[in-house]
Design a protein around this ligand. Structure first.
Ligand SMILES: NC(=O)c1ccc[n+]([C@@H]2O[C@H](COP(=O)([O-])OP(=O)(O)OC[C@H]3O[C@@H](n4cnc5c(N)ncnc54)[C@H](OP(=O)(O)O)[C@@H]3O)[C@@H](O)[C@H]2O)c1
Length: 334
């Protein structure tokens, strides 16, 4: 089968399609014939040699995919049968013609969505669901400040926060991105290039601050984050786009707020945890993706590339051009 490959870590130009062995589904696994897979920042980091796949995971890029079940491995107990459409959370391997997936990591494709749209759901939405509901314990009325509000994860988190009855505020690097995310349900947005988002957050909340901050930026934002965190607030760190270094009195400032700094990584979680997360998301959230219902949740797809243009897709993401997800179509063939 064809798969996205690179021989040396480096720039997008290192990516190419290689003929590799088709995976064989092991016990409890299903083989998915991939129709589409979406891009994530983790793919960019892995390509640069800055993020190794967890032990036992495929070294092929791709943390999410949609397609049809091609084969059901031995010992599967679930409802999956050959030919059924599905979308899957992956530890790797999605940017290929086939991928083997633990059966518990598959989900049905929501009513009214294409396989291309469905490919944009698993990694971004399960991450946002985990950050808000499992780690951040969001409740109605909470103010949730979501950094990189126009990212794949951000566009999911805004919709899920709104659905939970919380008040989503976002940061983003352009007015266009803020306007688009406000249309998705953000109550207000702050352009971090033009002003101090912590001042804007405190102004907006009349001094109360954010009860939850979803932070994939890290180092460059720490001081502003702690400045606009509400007393007893939860600051959920899940990425380091702004670096990992902290210089200053983080601990005293955090202690003064009785704030909690929580961290979260989905990819390195074990199979059982992921299966339980997928089951909870399928039960609690997936019904709200039904496109025949008013105010349905929806994955935001920015751009669709054929798999053979994977290098262009990486370059586009690295330039921060996407608003929502970048999808790679696989089945249409290279
Ligand atoms: N922990 C986990 O389990 C987990 C899972 C999935 C993703 N993640 C993390 O979540 C983040 C978003 O991933 P994604 O794939 O959804 O991203 P994405 O769609 O590529 O969006 C990332 C956006 O972040 C903004 N950004 C980039 N560098 C920035 C900086 N230095 N300061 C401020 N904003 C910056 C850019 O938008 P602007 O134009 O607004 O600057 C960019 O478009 C990444 O950090 C990723 O590693 C973590």
């Amino acid at each position: 089968m064809l798969a996205v490959y690179f021989d040396q870590p480096g720039g997008p130009e290192n990516l190419y399609l290689k003929d590799v062995a088709k995976p064989v589904p092991g016990p409890g696994e299903v083989l998915l014939r991939v129709a589409a897979s979406a891009l994530n920042r983790a793919d960019v980091l892995q390509r640069r040699g800055q993020y190794s796949p967890p032990a036992g995971a495929s070294s092929i890029l791709g943390l999410e995919a949609s397609g049809h079940v091609a084969e059901v491995g031995p010992g599967c107990q679930g409802p999956w049968r050959e030919g059924l459409p599905a979308m899957a959370l992956l530890a790797g391997g999605g940017q290929a013609e086939y991928v083997a997936v633990p059966e518990g990591h598959l989900m049905p494709v929501p009513h009214g969505l294409t396989l291309t749209q469905a490919a944009a759901i698993p990694e971004a939405w399960l991450t946002a669901f985990q950050l808000l509901h499992v780690v951040g314990r969001v409740k109605a009325g909470d103010t949730v400040l979501i950094h990189a509000g126009s990212s794949g994860v951000g566009t999911a988190a805004v919709q899920l926060a709104r659905q939970a009855g919380a008040v989503p505020l976002v940061t983003a690097g352009s007015q266009d991105k803020i306007a688009a995310v406000e249309k998705l349900g953000a109550t207000a947005g702050f352009n971090y290039r033009e002003g101090d988002f912590s001042v804007a957050t405190l102004e907006f909340t009349q001094g109360a601050g954010a009860n939850i901050i979803l932070d994939c930026i890290g180092g460059s934002y720490w001081e502003k984050n702690v400045a606009c965190l509400a007393p007893d607030g939860r600051w959920v760190l899940y990425g380091l786009l702004g670096g990992a270094e902290v210089h200053g009195e983080l601990l005293s400032k955090l202690l003064a707020k009785r704030g909690s700094l929580l961290t979260s990584l989905l990819r390195s979680r074990d199979k059982k945890y992921k299966a339980e997360l997928v089951a909870a998301f399928t039960r609690q959230i997936l019904p709200y993706f039904d496109q025949t219902k008013p105010r349905a949740l929806r994955p935001v797809v920015d751009t669709v590339y054929p798999l053979r243009q994977v290098a262009d897709a990486h370059a586009y993401m690295e330039q921060n051009k996407n608003l929502g997800k970048i999808v790679l179509e696989v089945a249409s063939g290279p």
